[in-house]
Design a protein around this ligand. Sequence first.
Ligand code: GUN
Ligand code: FE
Length: 474
Amino acid sequence: MNDVGTAMLIRGTFVTLPSLAALHILTDYLLGVDETGHITHFSAANSPTSKALLTSTAVPPIQIPQGSFLLPPFCDLHLHAPQFLYQGTGLHLSLMQWLDEYAFKAEERLDADPALARRVYTRLAQRLIENGTGTVLLFGTIKEGTNLILADTMQRAGVRALVGKLSMDISSRPSYVEASAEAALSAARSFVSRCKETVAALPAHSRLVAPVLTPRFVPTCSNELLEGLGRLAAEQSLRVQSHMAEAHDQVEWVRSERGAEDIDVFDQRGLLTPDTIQAHCTFLDAAALARVADRGTAIAHCPLSNAYFSAAPFALREVLAAGVRVGLGTDVAGGYSLDMMSAMRHAVTVSRMREGKRRLEHAGENEAAESVAIDWKEALYLATQGGKEALGLGRGSGSFEVGAPFDAQQIQIFDAEKGAGIGALDFFDLELGESPDVSIEMVEKWWCIGDGRNRVGLWVQGNRLELSVLVGHE
Ligand code: GUN
Ligand code: FE
């Protein structure tokens, strides 16, 4: 332990998520953070090292009140930034119709109007912060400049963001497409270097945004484009994101137009690697899922979007059992909510319906089979640490390890002074002034019925972000 460089101390209860199977509540711990936003110390407040740090550090610790706790922020592993413009619209359509009638038009509007793009992306960043999302993997639009606005907006807002300029040289909308595979490849290359340039002058710890190669999905990308992107990814060690085997109509489209399965199209072009995050994967059979596991590719599971567009639920438990890294995504605007609390709840709900169906279908014959349901703790892991692991950013951050960036959200579940729960949380049966420690039942209650009223803080890389900027907005 070394107190040199400790810029901030925080003392209170921490909820840690070291693995899918483990959630710990650490009561009265002390955490130190240095000037670069990295954790320098984490142990019980009454340990000798903590006591020494408390006496030797000039700044007093920030005291997290009883009834509150810190836990890692959410990581949204799949969100279409421009579609925030029309969030919650047109969800009666099938995926391919919805893309034609809403998505492409909205994205084109932002590409034509930088002021609108700035406005939409600024509000999006504010909403992400308000909802406790500290890290996000974004799909943008086709045009370079619009994606640079997106990167700049997230960087300024203090949100960790991986920004994907869309690559698409095929489209149902003639005004929203790149001219050729060659043009699309040089645009992708250019965006990668310009996005990196926007943060190049900052010290490494302050660089919150990075580019990610983003072939939209198989129907909008020629094989030549996909091949070039696979080469570019390998050459520059870049992350890749796309949609794979998402929906019944999309899978049929690829079979009839390309005579292939999504997974083969990606795999043959070097786009199924440990640096790849594929959204959905609802229409993959066991052999295909085994191939995803073998390639080390991660999956962004978006249960709300699946319920509207996919026509089949994702085999979450089986995929986790196969060792695939999985995070949760909102898929705004295929999903209408950018709140990761709702993504977690939907993931659990869908998994429980799958488990119920499995039991009914195999009544009496398969009693010993493992449940395919996931529980709230597992969902909380996937919504926070799972996403970061998928992005290769996870080391140590789920358990506030020394050396990890300090990213956290502060949740208040009851007010000891008033003897009352916060927001939607009632009936803790507290006596006035009573301050019991945060228990597992209290965290579960927050997980089930908590909302934005319970979120009172968000830090990314040691910086505290302003949660309430939207109060009284125009
Ligand atoms: N597949 C290709 N593009 C999209 C999109 O914008 N949203 C969703 N949900 N799926 C897609
Ligand atoms: Fe999507």
